[in-house]
Design a protein around this ligand. Structure first.
Ligand SMILES: C[S@@+](CC[C@H](N)C(=O)[O-])C[C@H]1O[C@@H](n2cnc3c(N)ncnc32)[C@H](O)[C@@H]1O
Length: 232
């Protein structure tokens, strides 16, 4: 655990946020890091993750936050929200980008997605506690199956898609979002290397040149795939 805490504190040092938000986020990450590793198997179907954070690790959250800040991303989709840890990092970046660009009129938001009502309820509590102005106000949570909830009312242009979802849902999600990706948008996929068997269809789509992506897998735990949409 000591190693985890050191990595967590390094990750949190990358973040611009009020001390109370950082303290709250730190506590959530510690809870997430303390839970047993989660792997879905035939004996343990994915529905058993209801009481688990299964959160994106802090060093990955830090990279995602910095990518969003570097690119000025304002419209972000998060596929898979759980208890809302990664969403806090996304919302901080989007809120700060909107403020920095001094174009509040252009707006910005994180569209979060969660299928499980109990998880969605807890995520909402966490966002409120993390900060009403800095975090909560930048998030629109769509409850239900994202294959339905992302079918309509997407932003005109999407800057960033985080795929932190069960593998069979990754490609269907990307296909819904793909027509709205702006040139230069990023798609980040967690655990691409460790779940490579499940991600075959997604990878084939990303590697088809006519779909317009270039990508690399960063050597974070499990492999963090970073694809950039360069256009068709
Ligand atoms: C890996 S967790 C997300 C973790 C989160 N990004 C974080 O870092 O805290 C994946 C989540 O996707 C949710 N999920 C699974 N199938 C879904 C679906 N069809 N629509 C929306 N959410 C779904 C699960 O309930 C689970 O909470």
């Amino acid at each position: 655990m000591a190693d985890h805490i050191e990595t967590l504190d390094k990750a949190l040092a990358s973040l611009q946020a009020p001390p109370s938000t950082i303290a709250f986020l730190r506590d959530l990450h510690i809870q997430a890091l303390s839970e047993p590793a989660y792997h879905s198997t035939d004996d343990q179907p994915i529905t058993t993750a209801l009481d688990r954070f299964v959160a994106l690790e802090p060093d990955k959250c830090a990279l995602v936050y910095l990518l969003l800040r570097a690119t000025g991303a304002r419209f972000v989709i998060e596929a898979g929200t759980s208890f809302g840890i990664s969403t806090i990092w996304l919302a901080l970046a989007v809120g700060q980008n909107v403020t920095t660009q001094q174009r509040g009129d252009l707006g910005g938001k994180v569209i979060a997605t969660e299928n499980e009502p109990t998880k969605a309820a807890r995520a909402r509590q966490h966002w409120r506690a993390a900060g009403k102005e800095d975090v909560e106000r930048w998030i629109e949570l769509r409850e239900g199956d994202l294959r339905e909830t992302l079918k309509t009312d997407l932003p005109e242009q999407i800057d960033f898609l985080l795929l932190d979802i069960w593998t069979p849902l990754a490609l269907p999600t990307l296909k819904l979002v793909h027509p709205r990706l702006k040139v230069g948008a990023m798609v980040v996929v967690d655990n691409l290397a460790s779940c490579i068997e499940g991600y075959g269809d997604l990878l084939a789509f990303l590697e088809t040149p006519s779909n317009g992506f270039r990508a690399t897998t960063a050597p974070y735990s499990g492999g963090l795939h970073v694809a950039v949409y360069i256009g068709q």
